[in-house]
Design a protein around this ligand. Structure first.
Ligand code: MG
Length: 270
């Protein structure tokens, strides 16, 4: 039976139920960055983590494994987090650093560099002429942001993304996010596969560990689905948000705001 975001129990008010699932197990906590640890902002470079959230994550990472999984480049996430006791998986899990094991680099993304350079050039050519449009080149993808673009200009952004994709149907795909199109190499890879890979790579795939994943975006659904039945997925957002609406989900709980995520992380560290 499909489960709707509006039906999810709240992770703080149903904390007893959740605590029961955690009994006699150690959590391994996977966190998305944008929209989960920081509010969504107009420009990605403005998504700065608050000092209190940083403290909450630091405190939790002293108690159990904490891994930030982001579509951003790993180094950018590490700089934004400013913590050295965290596992950081950038580029949707392609590029991983852990305090114990150093770098774990996956090779599949390497062959696509030239193609992504072409994509970047083509996006700049068109989007430079559209007020508010932003091109964000990343290591394993190129993002076209349109949050600041006037409503009537937005179809132009979609048109250039569509034409780039049409030119490389076997090699590129687009992942729509919150007011962003992310053009990525077409690989069989997503945040769900990344989390399962991380559990194995970090030796967390054990009976005494229960994985938790907290995220706010459509891409996080892959992680919720991957953990269904073996972990706990927590969706971040408001059920009355029109972008979320009556969407179905594989998550188990909901937190409404970044502030509630902070409270929840503090409660887990106790
Ligand atoms: Mg997010």
């Amino acid at each position: 039976m499909p489960k709707y975001i509006s039906d999810l129990p709240h992770a703080l008010t149903h904390g007893d139920q959740l605590a029961q699932q955690l009994t006699s197990k150690r959590p391994a906590v996977f966190l998305d960055y944008d929209g989960t640890l920081t509010p969504i902002v107009d420009r990605p470079e403005d998504a700065i983590i608050s000092e209190s959230m940083r403290e909450a994550v630091r405190g939790l990472a002293e108690r159990c494994s904490v891994c930030v999984v982001s579509g951003r480049d790993r180094q950018v996430v590490q700089e934004l987090m400013g913590l050295n006791n965290l596992i950081v998986a950038g580029s949707h899990g392609f590029d991983i650093w852990s305090p114990g094991g150093g770098m774990i680099q996956r090779e599949e993304g390497g062959d696509f560099k030239e193609l992504l350079d072409t994509v970047k050039t083509q996006l700049y050519e068109v989007l430079n002429a559209i007020a508010g449009a932003l091109v964000e080149p990343k290591k394993a993808s190129v993002a076209a942001h349109y949050r600041l673009v006037a409503e009537e200009e937005r179809p132009k952004v979609k048109a250039v993304v569509d034409s780039i994709l049409a030119a490389h149907p076997d090699k590129l795909k687009v992942t729509p996010g919150k007011m962003v199109y992310e053009i990525q190499p077409k690989l069989d890879w997503d945040k769900g596969k990344a989390v399962l890979y991380l559990l194995t790579a970090l030796d967390l795939d054990r009976g005494d560990i229960i994985p938790l994943y907290i995220g706010d975006d459509i891409t996080d659904e892959h992680a919720f689905a991957a953990l269904a039945g073996r972990g706990i997925g927590i969706f971040v957002g408001r059920p009355d948000d029109p972008e979320v609406g009556g969407r179905t989900t594989a998550a188990d709980y909901i937190l409404h705001t970044v502030e509630e995520v902070e409270q929840f992380l503090e409660s887990l560290a106790r």
